[in-house]
Design a protein around this ligand. Structure first.
Ligand code: MN
Length: 260
């Protein structure tokens, strides 16, 4: 059994009128959705996504296909709600899977919200953004740091609510006690470089770290809504860190560049 402790914080920021980010933090499922759409419909899309994710948070044991099915349902529900305005949402997160082969974490992503892992003192972005600027980074046209402030950084190339056949990326990782995960909307990393995120993420309990990161993004400008979930993998008393998986993520989902 994977033991989690977590904290979460969200803010409308200092510029926007409405917070269109939504999140779910119900162990073993954690997700952030960043809604977009005209006439204030973005928060409708992100709310639908989180409601569909919440329905599968109650499943025991939670399994990969259940999470993927919840994402499919959310996609369909958002498309069904399209009226005169199109709307969509990113969704990214972490699910604890209790499988026969051991305890695993599933990381999933559609859009440009992100999951990072802090292991030791190393911060690693696990998800790959579905965005125009990410494609420019992969092509070597701009650097990762230039992408952070690029004028077209908000153009998402994949989102829930965009097309019926849409597939999320997903990865499976071993659950290792001591690792800390960060799930966040782009309002965090658009304002703060990794070097600023790392010390705030590493300090204190999960709730303290989540609040410190949101406050820092607002202090740095708060141009967008910002949402942060911090999740710790806690030591399990009766099973030490026996894992047969390598630490590296195993790519199980569709990979960037495969087309969708
Ligand atoms: Mn955003």
């Amino acid at each position: 059994m994977i033991r989690f402790s977590h904290g979460a914080a969200t803010s409308v920021g200092r510029v926007r009128q409405v917070n269109e980010d939504r999140f779910l933090a119900v162990p073993p499922l954690f997700a952030v959705a960043d809604g977009m759409g005209g006439h204030g419909s973005g928060d409708v899309a992100s709310s639908i996504a989180i409601e569909d994710m919440a329905a599968c948070a109650a499943l025991r044991p939670l399994f990969t296909e259940a999470v993927l099915t919840a994402l499919e349902h959310a996609n369909r529900h958002i498309i069904e709600r399209h009226s005169e305005t199109r709307m969509g949402t990113t969704v990214t997160g972490l699910a604890g899977l209790e499988t026969a082969g051991g305890d695993h974490l599933m990381v999933f992503n559609i859009g440009d919200s992100r999951v990072y892992r802090l292991a030791g003192h190393r911060l690693e972005q696990l998800t790959v953004d579905h965005s125009e600027v990410q494609e420019l980074v992969l092509a070597g046209v701009i650097t990762r740091e230039q992408a952070r402030t690029h004028p077209r950084r908000n153009v998402v190339t994949r989102a829930l609510g965009s097309e019926s056949g849409m597939l999320p990326d997903h990865w499976l990782l071993p659950a290792i006690s001591g690792d800390r995960y960060l799930i966040c909307s782009d309002g965090l990393f658009s304002e703060l470089p990794d070097e600023a995120i790392l010390p705030l993420l590493a300090a204190g309990a999960p709730q303290q770290a989540a609040e410190a990161l949101v406050a820092a993004a607002c202090d740095a400008g708060g141009h967008d809504n910002v949402t942060v979930i911090v999740v710790d993998i806690d030591a399990d008393d009766d099973s030490a860190d026996e894992t047969t998986l390598p630490r590296e993520a195993l790519p199980l989902g569709k990979q960037p560049g495969e087309g969708w």
